[in-house]
Design a protein around this ligand. Structure first.
Ligand code: SF4
Length: 725
């Protein structure tokens, strides 16, 4: 009998970042338990985390894994095996030839918030340091880029100021555009705990739908899609009129108040009611609770905001974020226990990608691409003459450029854009037009794999080593409990091996020492750690050995042994003068408005028991019990009006495409709204419903319209019509 071993690691699903204990025996993962010592979850796991071992069963993995390098001689043809050396040589030569013929900007790398920080780091260095292009972006663009832009515009740095412990210390929780009951379940347990411990806790939920999170709310503000800024402006106007603002904080710790104060006078209760559908009494109550002015208490009570894709995935995503942070600044609700804005990351390592700068408009360690000094610092760290100054193409732009023939070679890692990007017609044109498509993934089942000329097998959760950072800036180790299948490699290793082949072929890099001398994730992490010296996320005080003992929050500069739980406690912000900035934003509306032809508002979101494109969570039978089929939920009266009975198939059609789905009554929806989960793509386990009809993914409907500052697309909303099939 082989001995059972236990390995400490981190859940690979959402940004809560729960610690897990993986039991394994004879190279097989047998059980996953919550890690009682991990400060993100203290032993708890949700339905997804607690069934991770079922996703790792070798017999299940064998059905879905990409287990050897494969190439296609032509699109649509069979993918045939080739040796790793051949695959790496081929890719190195293809990239070198593309750069020689068309320049480095003809290459695009599209990576993922599910990569580990070390994988992310080498991908970013590969693009910006070796190739000389900023054409690297990530599916975190679809997730958190509006939060990034919001933090930077107001607080001066992309640093979530609060922490999970603040949930227990808040007097008001303002949950906006988020459904943690389903999307961040273990964080929601903390919210329930806080409610039990403090019955006076006020919970406000802003969401067009009456979600499970909204069920817990003292006040549910069921605002109209796209009307977030109207709501926040209306609340600020109330605070001003009622003298609930903090004039001292505004005068000494901020800039830009007068312009905003003048602007919000237009957000009268009547205007808010018209745009948001929120009654004046509810608006006033929300403003009072947010400001921390509660009955019978003369001191201001702390308010914590928790927010997610409802704010971010919008053509006004940055404005939604800055308008919410304005409320915190106006009331001094920041930098103290229980107070502050805390964005909830969707993906397990969206934070890590931001830290290493693996976005088209960022550089390592939160440096700015537009800053020549920052570019010079990164070039010096990497030992290259320069890094390019021109911003690269963000996610949608990258696929648009491929569709237009400007980007010739696409290297896609650990993500499935033929499912997850909006406007799938555009994405598929791009994948067809690109001259060479590389898909690097653990799974062979993603829709994008069908378009690949070269497929590279990667190792995955349970098999790989590295780090991730969760929503509260906490860095945790991810560890291997079992070996990867023979020919599946760690992502960092694949990139490193391609880089070693490519560097001698690039005239301005060939003479340099190897830029990728890594022998493992620790060496990469050490280089990343040094890149943070003196930056807002400085982790030079944190060693790999310390991380082995416990997860730590950043910043943790040299000389400190613990990271900071909460930022801006000294009320000094990360701006040149230390003052936060009020951002002035005009209220907008949705990018894809309803009209007579497309009279219904499609809202997208997550299901409780599934994750993203289902490649992992879809392997667990029990997780299908909650929602076994793609369905479109509608208000009962709309179904009656359209002659639809529960289970009827209907075509959902937007200005970009059409999908076929069964309909169901959705209790939490208003008339005029339709909800469909983002998990359903046309590759989902055969893509067929119980009726045998093929189903297309919801992103055939969504729009590529995006926020001009963050470039995050409006995945949350589209105008559609629904017709019985
Ligand atoms: Fe994993 Fe998120 Fe569930 Fe925690 S809450 S177990 S990180 S999916």
């Amino acid at each position: 009998m082989t001995a059972s071993t236990t390995t400490r690691s981190t859940c690979p699903y959402c940004g809560v970042g729960c610690g897990v204990l993986i039991d394994s025996e004879g190279g097989r993962i047998t059980r996953v338990r919550g890690d009682p010592e991990h400060p993100a979850n203290f032993g708890r796991l949700c339905s997804k985390g607690s069934t991770l071992h079922l996703t790792a069963r070798p017999e299940v993995q064998a059905q879905v894994r990409l287990l050897q390098p494969l190439q296609r001689a032509q699109r649509g043809g069979a993918a045939l095996p080739l040796a790793w050396d051949q695959a790496l040589d081929t890719l190195g030569q293809r990239i070198a030839a593309t750069v020689q013929q068309h320049g480095a900007d003809a290459v695009g790398l599209y990576v993922s918030g599910q990569l580990l920080t070390e994988d992310y780091y080498v991908f970013n260095k590969f693009a910006k340091g070796l190739l000389g292009t900023n054409n690297i972006d990530t599916n975190s663009r679809l997730c958190m880029s509006s939060a990034v832009a919001g933090y930077k515009a107001t607080l001066g740095a992309d640093a979530p100021p609060a922490c999970y412990d603040d949930i227990a210390q808040a007097a008001t929780l303002f949950i906006s555009g988020a459904n943690p009951a389903w999307a961040h379940p273990i964080l929601f347990r903390r919210i329930e705990d806080a409610r039990r411990a403090n019955p006076a806790l006020k919970i406000i939920v802003c969401d067009p739908r009456r979600t499970d999170t909204a069920e817990l709310a003292d006040l549910h503000l069921a605002l109209q899609p796209g009307s977030d800024v109207w709501l926040y402006h209306g609340m600020l106007r109330c605070m001003l009129e009622q003298s609930w603002i903090d004039p001292q904080f505004i005068a000494t710790r901020t800039q830009g108040w007068m312009g905003l104060a003048a602007l919000v006078t237009q957000a009268t209760p009547e205007a808010v009611q018209q745009h948001c559908g929120i009654a004046p009494g509810d608006l006033l109550r929300a403003a009072r609770w947010f400001a921390g002015v509660q009955d019978g208490n003369s001191t201001r009570q702390p308010t914590l905001s928790l927010y997610c894709q409802g704010l971010n995935q919008s053509a006004h995503g940055t404005d939604n974020n800055t308008a919410l942070i304005n409320l915190h600044l106006a009331c001094g609700q920041i930098g103290k226990p229980g107070a502050g804005p805390l964005s909830l990351t969707g993906q397990p390592n969206a934070m890590g990608g931001r830290e290493v700068g693996a976005l088209a408009n960022q550089l390592s360690a939160h440096r700015n691409l537009a800053d020549a000094r920052h570019r010079a610092e990164v070039a010096a760290l990497w030992g290259v003459p320069s890094v390019p100054a021109a911003p690269g193409k963000a996610a949608i732009e990258m696929f648009q450029a491929a569709a237009d023939g400007q980007i010739k070679l696409l290297w896609i890692a650990c993500t499935n854009p033929a499912h997850s990007l909006p406007d799938q017609a555009l994405v598929r044109r791009a994948l067809q037009r690109a001259e060479y498509v590389v898909v690097q993934d653990a799974y062979a089942t993603g829709a994008t794999a069908r378009f690949a000329d070269l497929l590279l097998p990667a190792s995955t959760w349970g098999e790989k080593e590295g780090t991730v950072t969760n929503s509260e800036r906490r860095i945790s180790r991810v560890r291997a409990a079992v070996p990867a299948p023979d020919l599946a490699w760690a992502d960092w290793r694949i990139v490193t091996e391609v880089a070693r082949r490519l560097q001698p072929q690039l005239p301005d890099r060939a003479h340099l020492p190897s830029l990728f001398p890594y022998d493992g994730p620790e060496a990469i992490w050490n280089e990343h750690r040094e890149s943070t010296r003196g930056r807002d996320l400085d982790i030079t005080g944190l060693s790999w050995a310390q991380l082995e003992t416990a997860p730590r929050q950043w910043p943790c500069p040299e000389g400190q042994s613990q990271g900071l739980a909460r930022l801006y406690t000294n009320q000094h912000f990360a701006t040149p003068d230390g003052r936060a900035r009020f951002a002035v934003q005009l209220p907008g509306t949705v990018a894809d408005p309803i009209d007579a032809r497309h009279p219904l508002a499609l809202l997208t979101g997550r299901l409780r028991d599934q994750w993203h494109g289902l490649s992992r969570s879809g392997l667990v039978e029990n997780l299908w019990a909650h929602a076994s089929e793609p369905v479109a939920q509608m208000a009962r009266e709309d179904m009656d009006r359209l002659g639809l009975a529960p289970g009827d198939l209907a075509y959902l059609t937007s200005r970009r495409g059409s999908v076929l789905a069964p309909v169901q009554a959705g209790e939490g929806l208003r008339s005029g709204q339709v909800f469909m989960a983002m998990h359903w793509g046309d590759e989902v386990l055969g893509g067929a419903s119980s009726t045998g009809k093929r189903l297309a993914g919801v992103n055939a409907l969504t729009t590529a319209a995006r926020c001009p500052q963050s470039l995050q697309p409006e995945l949350k909303h589209a105008a559609i019509k629904v017709l019985k099939a």
